[in-house]
Design a protein around this ligand. Sequence first.
Ligand SMILES: NC(=O)c1ccc[n+]([C@@H]2O[C@H](COP(=O)([O-])OP(=O)(O)OC[C@H]3O[C@@H](n4cnc5c(N)ncnc54)[C@H](OP(=O)(O)O)[C@@H]3O)[C@@H](O)[C@H]2O)c1
Length: 261
Amino acid sequence: MRVLVTGAGGTLGRAVLPRLRADGFAVRAMSRRPRHDPAAEWVVADVGTGAGLVEAVAGVDAVLHLASQPGGSRRTHQVDVLGTRRLAVAAGHAGVAHLVYVSIVGVDRVPFPYYRHKLAAEQVVAAGPVPWTVLRATQFPVFLDGLLRTASRLGPVVGDPAVLAQPVDQREVAARLAERLTAGPLGGIEEFGGPQVLRFDEAVRAWRAARGSRRPLLPVRFPGRLGRALRAGGLTTTATPTGRFTWADHLTDTYGGTGGR
Ligand SMILES: NC(=O)c1ccc[n+]([C@@H]2O[C@H](COP(=O)([O-])OP(=O)(O)OC[C@H]3O[C@@H](n4cnc5c(N)ncnc54)[C@H](OP(=O)(O)O)[C@@H]3O)[C@@H](O)[C@H]2O)c1
């Protein structure tokens, strides 16, 4: 099976490429910039403008759509919602048999502006011309790690101690995506989370221990509907199977031996 991977140079994309190759897929990787990598066929295309899309989808059996542009409402709408539509239409014209879209657990419950666009993009995929699957994943540990570094820039780690998270390793998400490609279109949404639901204060405690950091947690209760959704587990899922790689495993791999494994 020949698969086009959009967003192939991103965090998840870099885990997906070796997984698909190891599982015997022929991979075409897409980026907005030319890339040179003898292990994959790279094509240049931009879902935000449509440039290069017709060529990118030509001759592939499936599209794994990971490209996304968080961090700016107009730009996110242009890339995630309209860009997903452009991709779906191009894939439909090319006779692609399966479009897999990667979304996030909680897009239907947690009122982040980015999630509104992800939910709209899911709907574009479901209403589009290509048989489809949506895989909603929880946060990757590297993403949570980055958030904590940002949250602690001014000294203490600032956050709501009761927010729940369920980090899942991007390599395990990649393996799940490969299984979904093999299984064919689900015509529905599957959720995939990590092995443990953690409170924010627990996650921070382990993170501080692993980094040998003395930065205290400055508890801030997130207000309103957003805070309630995050504390009620809006970012977590009861779906099984789950990944197996824990937050402690991530901390051990990243900072060495003191993650509490
Ligand atoms: N991060 C998480 O914790 C997490 C959790 C669950 C689900 N997800 C979802 O998983 C997907 C991948 O996430 P990620 O963390 O790997 O994201 P990422 O590292 O930010 O990578 C996203 C990629 O999208 C590509 N892109 C951006 N704008 C584009 C455009 N206009 N046209 C074509 N490509 C464009 C970029 O590739 P180039 O710069 O090479 O063009 C970039 O490498 C996203 O849909 C995200 O919502 C993420």
